[in-house]
Design a protein around this ligand. Structure first.
Ligand code: 5CA
Length: 439
């Protein structure tokens, strides 16, 4: 992408109402624009990051055996009347009438829709387990939308739904998601801890939130320090094998958010030097709720004994758009965003310090082509601007590498590279510079 033809509207200052650093930086770097309270347009750079995060989530879901679908944003109120949640959900639900006076709603989650699909097709235990997921916009008419994409009204969620013959099988599905979630956050460069949680309006009796540590987080967490150190299991575990030991190893360590915290247990179970109290951001939430939806909605399957039983369900959410803010909270400095390579909107920027000078243009073009061919998705900064302004905007938007081409270097046969995360600079011949960036 040539920056002179691109749309990257950066701002010198963040609007005064942006309270936390990720919100400020998302506005300044031109990732999003607020269109209404809690409702954002995703500008080109923000969209690229959102898509990258979405893709990481997709790959880890697929790896863990979940199957992607795309559900509608608008749902029939009648389905929610069947489950009994239509009246319970309250003011957070955006209710809509169509021209036939039918009640619709903008989905805040999709347990009912997916249960309706499941019951239409799946009739036998032999077709289980199944786990269907979608990455789709949701709407919750939050009382206090704030912190930008962290608590929006319209937001992008990955929601997966598992179906199993009994509780033991459902537990295996739950475990797959539990570990897949740890892998997702690790790939995004985040430290996430699973915390026992209150199932709230989703219902059920087994639930974990995944919380990334950040001072600006809305949740307070109390946890055993080892949980932070333990990290993710990695992609190469046997997803069809017994995952219980890996989950139990983590779940047995004390971790609770404020509403579930038990100070006496915390002190009894965690030695003083391991007691961690921190603020964090909830970036995922998983639930096992058994027959809560299948029973009222009659999603029955025939078991091995020929009897029909309600299927056992779980649901698993990741806040995809919230994660854009979460990654920034975890990775920035005073100059701006520092994207981890895995989610950077562009892998590198080729900075042409003298656009229009034929020899400089030629080297910049050559670097740009080579990085494109290597799959680095480079940005070519061919803007007619002061070098200082170019560097400042590229630092602000957080491109992981800058490859700087100027007249002096071109005369000497060298370019300069700069790593955004460390600020480290090196002057090298072009080939060596390209090698350093492409690894
Ligand atoms: N049906 C279940 C799982 S699919 C569910 O809706 N769970 S949830 O309510 O916990 O939402 C899942 C994730 O979506 C949360 O962990 C959070 O990361 C994200 N999320 C929830 N509300 C918002 C919001 N208002 N703005 C941004 N992200 C949100």
């Amino acid at each position: 992408m040539r920056l002179s033809r691109y749309f990257m509207p950066t701002l010198r200052e963040a609007p005064a109402d942006a309270q936390i650093v990720s919100h400020q930086l998302m506005l300044r770097a031109g990732l999003i624009r607020q269109e209404a309270a809690g409702i954002y347009a995703w500008l080109p750079l923000g969209l690229r990051v959102l898509k990258k995060i979405e893709q990481v989530v997709r790959e880890e879901m697929d790896r863990a055996g979940a199957i992607e679908v795309l559900l509608p944003t608008l749902q029939l109120a009648d389905l929610w009347r069947e489950s009994g949640r239509y009246d319970d959900y309250g003011d957070e639900m955006l209710r809509i009438k169509d021209r036939h006076d039918r009640d619709l709603l903008y989905g805040p989650t999709a347990e009912e829709v997916i249960t309706e699909i499941f019951r239409a097709y799946v009739k036998s235990y032999k077709d289980l387990p199944k786990n269907l997921y979608n990455i789709q916009w949701k709407f919750r008419d939050e009382r206090r939308p704030r912190f930008g994409v962290m608590r929006g009204r319209e937001f992008l969620m990955k929601d997966a739904y598992s179906f199993d013959i009994d509780e033991a099988a459902a537990r295996r599905s739950y475990n797959r998601m539990f570990l897949a979630y740890l892998n997702i956050y690790a790939r995004l460069g985040l430290k996430a801890i699973p915390v026992k949680a209150d199932p709230g309006p989703i219902g059920g009796d087994l639930s974990h939130e995944f919380i990334i540590l950040a001072d600006t987080g809305e949740s307070e967490v109390f946890a055993h320090g080892d949980l932070v150190e333990m990290g993710a299991p990695g992609p190469d575990i046997d997803w069809d094998g017994d995952l219980e030991p890996m989950v139990a190893q983590r779940a047995r360590l004390y971790a609770a958010s404020d509403e579930m915290h038990d100070a006496a247990r915390f002190e009894a179970e965690v030695p003083p030097e391991k007691r961690m109290t921190a603020r964090g951001i909830e970036v995922g939430h998983i639930f096992y709720f058994g027959e809560k939806y299948s029973k009222p909605m009659k999603a029955l399957v025939t078991g091995p004994d020929g009897k029909d039983v309600p299927v056992h369900g779980g649901s698993y959410g990741v806040g995809v758009s919230r994660l854009v803010g979460g990654v920034i909270e975890a990775s920035h400095d005073e100059a701006g965003i520092i994207w981890p390579d895995a989610v950077a909107p562009f892998g590198a920027a080729v900075v042409n310090l003298r656009p229009g000078a034929a020899d400089v243009d030629a080297v910049a073009e050559q670097a740009y082509k080579a990085l494109t061919a290597a799959g680095k998705e480079p940005l070519l900064d061919d803007r007619d601007d002061r070098p200082g302004a170019k560097f400042a905007s590229l630092d602000l938007v957080g491109i992981p590498w800058q490859l700087i081409v100027g007249p002096k270097g071109v005369a000497d046969g060298t370019v300069e590279i700069k790593r955004r995360a460390t600020g480290e600079r090196q002057t090298l011949p072009l080939d060596a510079a390209l090698k350093a960036i492409t690894g």
